[in-house]
Design a protein around this ligand. Sequence first.
Ligand code: DAH
Length: 346
Amino acid sequence: MDLVQLTRDLEDLRAEALGQVAVAPDSAALEELEIEVLGKKGRLTGVLRGIGALAAEDRPRVGAVANTVRQTIEAALRERGAALRNSELEARLRLERVDVTTPGRPVRRGSLHPSIEAMGDIARIFAQFGFVVHESPEVEDDRTNFQMLNIPPDHPARDLWDTLYVDVPGHLLRTHTSPGQIRVMQAMRPPIRALLPGRCFRYEAVDASHGFEFFQVEGLMVDEGTTLGDLKGLLDQFAHAMFGARKRTRFRPGYYPFTEPSVAFDVECLVCGGSGCPACGRSGWMTILGAGMVHPVVLQYGGLDPERYQGFAFGMGPERISMLKHGITDLRLFMENDLRFLEQFR
Ligand code: DAH
């Protein structure tokens, strides 16, 4: 190995490396190339291994050549590297560009379930008369659901409420919201103006007008000197706010064990306006709730003296109210939760 040969090898290496740098396709290939040529075990080191065989005075000269070769290759790597990184960045920016003119993804708007919507409407109307919403349990005891509402264990009136029992003795799923009357009376002193919305359950064959699960809204007012006339005036206001200011209403005699007297409250048929049609059974009227003056026995169970206090109560089905308002003919729609039905209430 002599000086001339080694110098030529170095120059060959430079020429070859510069050629490879010029055609490196991307920065990863360029990095590999750098290691292969200039790395610790690279080709340049390989060539310089021959330096040991040279005369001592030749070594620095080869060293000087080797340095310029290395610097030239390094400069080429830097330059090509910068160019490659630039075009790679541009390619990425092109590829990952965000089109700010693309329309946004639509946000799906939900809506209140029609039963909930109806209960909200009812609560807002009665709130204007000072009625406050209370809650009462869905799993109730027999005493509160029946006995304290003046329905003794073997009384035939129990037939009005086909009951779902739970396997805790003496307990059941409330068949109506009326037991909430007892709980409110036991919890507070008159004047009482309470509204009790909630879910009710009955052992019922399901059809277009019967469900085993449905909502009710109960109302209770107790004070000194409360009269049936107060009840009638309040329900008129309610019917007018709910169905329209000019709708006619009427009281009919009814029967409930926990009220005396008891009434059914009708509003003129919303379909025919009172002349009689299939929707109202040709009567011209639609029944929207049951009501009456709270029975003295019920007041007593509530811990109130019936000689001093009088009260009225009413109970209605928000689904029925919603059906009348929207012309819905099948109660089952309220529990099926089919979006094609629910989405119509937005
Ligand atoms: N609880 C009765 C039912 O489920 C509805 C009802 C009627 C409630 C008359 C009352 C009332 O408060 O006075 O059929």
